[in-house]
Design a protein around this ligand. Structure first.
Ligand code: ATP
Ligand code: MG
Length: 266
């Protein structure tokens, strides 16, 4: 059974003719357990909308989403339990944080809500460890969102999602605000913690260097549709769609066929 399935998913925003946006236009997608998926595509192509719909944050206008063969509950206890296994790291980290609450408290809420630590000492250790894993010090934990940079906030959101070791994790541009070294560290962390035979990891990114090595399969989106999909290696070395070709050329500063030749030789 597939871990995540989307059938004929369509999402329309706005009402009047002028504001109407078809953000997703008939998306079909199946993600198997153990698979890691890269979602790429130009700005406004529907990547974040797809990530929100596949994780049940948002309901589609049309179509169905199944997780482990079943529709997602929309509220109540069943929804809370399911949330634990299904996490979205949202694109705009700042908006996901409460301005009045320290970073430690953000993490503590998850620890308490899901009974992850038996006592206060264990809770403290768990929070310190999870900050450390994303390269933050204890002092960052005592700060409120506005006292931290965008990249530091982004890392707290990642730490919070990883606390639950979700079976299915969608990360929407999780490294966009990070410098190159921290980006590497976070990608390595995601690689180690989010991939496994029973897990699904999906990342939305503009950075093809990240998906190369991290994702088994790529989908390329344009105007609310999946225009290309395939194993990462094949798609990078032999892209069919013009947009994918441009993306590969820009990311690796070489043409797809030259990239393929270098890889074959190496
Ligand atoms: N809540 C909303 N209300 C109205 N329009 C929306 C809403 N969310 C997204 N859209 C529109 O839907 C389209 C797809 O947006 P989405 O955020 O999914 O794109 P994206 O591929 O994630 O882009 P980016 O790479 O810039 O993050 C865009 O045209 C966007 O303006
Ligand atoms: Mg987006």
């Amino acid at each position: 059974m597939a871990a995540v399935e989307a059938h004929g998913v369509r999402q329309v925003y706005g009402r009047g003719l002028k504001d109407r946006v078809v953000a997703l236009d008939g998306v079909d997608l199946t993600v198997q357990k153990g698979e890691s998926l890269g979602i790429v595509g130009e700005s406004g192509s529907g990547k974040s909308t797809l990530a929100r719909i596949l994780t049940g944050i948002e309901q589609p206008h049309e179509g169905t989403v199944l997780v482990n063969g079943r529709p997602l509950p929309t509220a109540g206890r069943a929804w809370r339990e399911r949330r634990r296994q299904l996490q979205l790291i949202p694109q705009h980290a700042g908006g996901a944080l409460d301005a009045r609450v320290t970073m430690e408290q953000h993490l503590a809420e998850v620890v308490d809500a899901h009974h992850l630590a038996p006592d206060r000492a264990a809770r403290r250790r768990l929070i310190a460890d999870s900050l450390e894993r994303v390269g933050l010090a204890a002092e960052h934990g005592r700060k409120r969102p506005r006292q931290l940079s965008g990249g530091q906030q982004q890392r707290v959101i990642i730490a919070r999602s990883l606390l639950l070791s979700p079976e299915i994790l969608f990360a929407d541009e999780p490294t966009s605000a990070l410098d190159l070294l921290v980006r590497r560290q976070i990608v390595d962390l995601l690689n180690v913690t989010c991939r496994g035979p029973h897990r699904v990891f999906a990342i939305v990114t503009h950075d093809l260097q990240i998906v190369d090595g991290l994702c088994d399969r790529l989908i390329v989106m344009k105007n609310g549709k999946i225009v290309e999909s395939g194993p990462t290696e094949t798609l990078l070395s032999n892209p069919q769609h013009a947009y994918t070709r441009q993306l590969v050329t820009a990311a690796f500063q070489t043409t797809p066929s030259a990239l393929a030749a270098v890889r074959e030789a190496g």
